[in-house]
Write a protein that binds this ligand. Structure first.
Ligand code: SF4
Length: 99
């Protein structure tokens, strides 16, 4: 995990969890069952709060990021509040309807 976001990088990632409810044969990081949600959430808050305002993109990923429940939506809100012009990419197998 990066310790800081970079303005023009395509690899600014918010890693939400190693847990996943899929078992894709091509997975390069097979899911783990672990309670890493709070740790990752705290790390992600630091990344968002220290990010340059002109970061082009942020990717929210895991594992399956929606397994973080309310904290998944809080992360999206935090990115939008702190980085209003930044594109948010979400790597998920769940369907997310537009808000
Ligand atoms: S959804 Fe992603 S993290 Fe989960 S098993 Fe598939 S490739 Fe791996």
């Amino acid at each position: 995990m990066k310790e800081k976001f970079e303005t023009n990088s395509n690899s600014n990632v918010l890693f939400v969890t190693e847990n996943c409810n899929n078992n894709c044969i091509m997975c390069c990081q097979p899911p783990k069952r672990c309670n890493d949600f709070n740790y990752c959430f705290e790390q992600n808050i630091k990344l968002i709060k220290t990010a340059p305002r002109d970061v082009k993109t942020v990717c929210i990923t895991g594992g399956e990021p929606t397994l973080a429940g309310d904290n998944f939506f809080k992360l999206i809100e935090l990115v939008r509040e702190n980085l209003p012009e930044t594109e948010i990419h979400i790597l998920t197998t769940d369907v997310i309807l537009p808000i």
